[in-house]
Design a protein around this ligand. Structure first.
Ligand SMILES: Nc1ncnc2c1ncn2[C@@H]1O[C@H](COP(=O)(O)OP(=O)(O)OP(=O)(O)O)[C@@H](O)[C@H]1O
Ligand SMILES: CC(C)(CO)[C@@H](O)C(=O)[O-]
Ligand code: BAL
Length: 375
């Protein structure tokens, strides 16, 4: 397992992406036994053609690796509906801005492969004990391309004005996460279009955790007549409610505990809606109140005890357009979403669990809750 951490976040994106590929190439590629690993497109297409001829169906799960239960839940859902599952593992440089955490993004190839092999065993076991209707699918292929494969024309650019062939979905891409990460959804839409073209899946699976991504992918598939169905799978959470996320490994115990405020703030807002409130002021007021309470609590602690964070946004938006709502129409509902920036720890204590990167990597946490329509 090889991870590069911290300290290199101002690398140009092209350089970072070469670094990422070099890191991947230098990893001892553990040979899986129950699926094939593809680094390039032609061989993957050959497999896809064979599956098509046999009337098999492909469910595709795109990921950036560092797999956790959230990713596995997408694959389980894909296994219920398809005979074959393709999983991509590719840390896409064009969705990271030039000052973002591309170089420190966790890369855990060996443990990813081990988790996928275990999952294939679990899927076989489930089918054997509970019958084929519970899911007949297996992971057949991992697509782990290099950036040269994914961006054959030009080195990938993460500059806002950078050249390249991009898919842009406006105005959805500039809202919420797009406000703080201006190239993010251009990169996501572009890489997903490429991945969909390489895998031509019957169905694609995305996590609810990244709600804006789900809205943008659905719009892209609709607007570009992409022949696949988009499935959204519920957010997998830790027992206390924290949304699982690859970046959580950087939190450590102190920031992990305070980071739960992301979920608690959303929950306070959702509770306000459940209790009959429909105005933005009432619903978001509850979320901001909870976040501010914890900020104030932390500020009075000493630097070796506290964990500071900033609320980037808390949004109450229309589920389809992501336009901000002043009032929730109870027959339509809405989406509550937020992003917090967990600051690096100012001072650490001896033997403290500070997470990967020793508490020095800033961590962006996002989460959302759906306000369901009320009957
Ligand atoms: N907790 C989760 N529950 C359900 N799906 C998830 C969860 N976390 C991630 N996913 C989904 O897995 C897919 C791949 O996501 P990705 O590899 O970026 O992982 P991540 O945990 O979202 O990482 P990050 O730390 O970048 O947010 C996306 O569709 C994403 O929405
Ligand atoms: C969809 C995705 C794999 C594209 O790189 C990424 O944005 C993610 O993991 O959510
Ligand atoms: N799942 C989101 C990927 C990213 O933050 O780049």
């Amino acid at each position: 397992m090889s991870r590069s951490i911290g300290g290199m976040r101002s690398f140009s994106t092209a350089a970072s992406s070469l670094l990422a590929d070099a890191t991947a190439a230098s990893q001892s590629i553990r040979q899986p036994s129950s699926f094939q690993v593809f680094r390039d497109v032609p061989q993957l297409r050959q497999l896809r053609r064979q599956l098509l001829q046999k009337d098999r169906t492909v469910g595709f799960v795109p990921t950036m690796g560092a797999l956790h239960e959230g990713h596995l839940s997408l694959i389980r859902e894909a296994a219920r509906e398809n005979t074959d599952i393709f999983v991509s593992i590719y840390v896409n440089p064009t969705q990271f801005g030039v000052t973002e955490d591309l170089s420190s993004y966790p890369r855990t190839w060996d443990s990813d492969v081990a988790k996928l092999e275990e999952l294939n065993k679990e899927l076989a076991q489930t089918e054997a004990t509970a019958g084929p209707e519970t899911g007949k699918g297996r992971i057949t292929a991992i697509f782990a391309p290099t950036s040269k494969v994914m961006y054959p024309g030009l080195p990938p650019s993460s500059e806002i004005e950078g050249h390249g062939s991009f898919v842009t979905i406006t105005p959805l891409s500039s809202k919420l996460e797009g406000g703080s990460r201006p190239v993010f959804f251009r990169g996501v839409a572009t890489v997903c279009m490429k991945l969909f073209n390489a895998t031509t899946p019957d169905r694609v699976y995305f996590g609810q955790k990244d709600v804006q991504q789900t809205v943008i992918i659905k719009r892209m598939v609709q607007d570009f007549l992409v022949g696949t169905e988009v499935r959204i799978v519920d957010t997998a959470r830790e027992e206390d409610g924290l949304a699982m996320s690859s970046r959580n490994v950087y939190l450590g115990a102190r920031r992990r505990a305070v980071g739960l405020t992301v979920y608690r703030s959303l929950k306070a807002a959702a509770d306000a809606y459940q209790s009959g409130k429909t105005s933005r002021a009432d619903i978001l007021g509850a979320a901001h109140g909870e976040a501010q309470r914890v900020i104030s609590e932390q500020q009075v602690l000493s630097p070796s005890e506290r964990s500071l964070f900033q609320v980037d946004y808390i949004s109450l938006a229309d589920p389809d357009t992501l336009d901000e709502l002043e009032i929730v129409n109870p027959t339509k509902g809405g989406v509550l979403s937020t992003a917090f920036k967990m600051a690096p720890l100012e001072e650490t204590k001896p033997n403290e669990d500070c997470g990967l990167g020793d508490g020095q990597v800033a961590v962006r946490l996002i989460d959302n809750l759906i306000l369901q329509p009320r009957a």
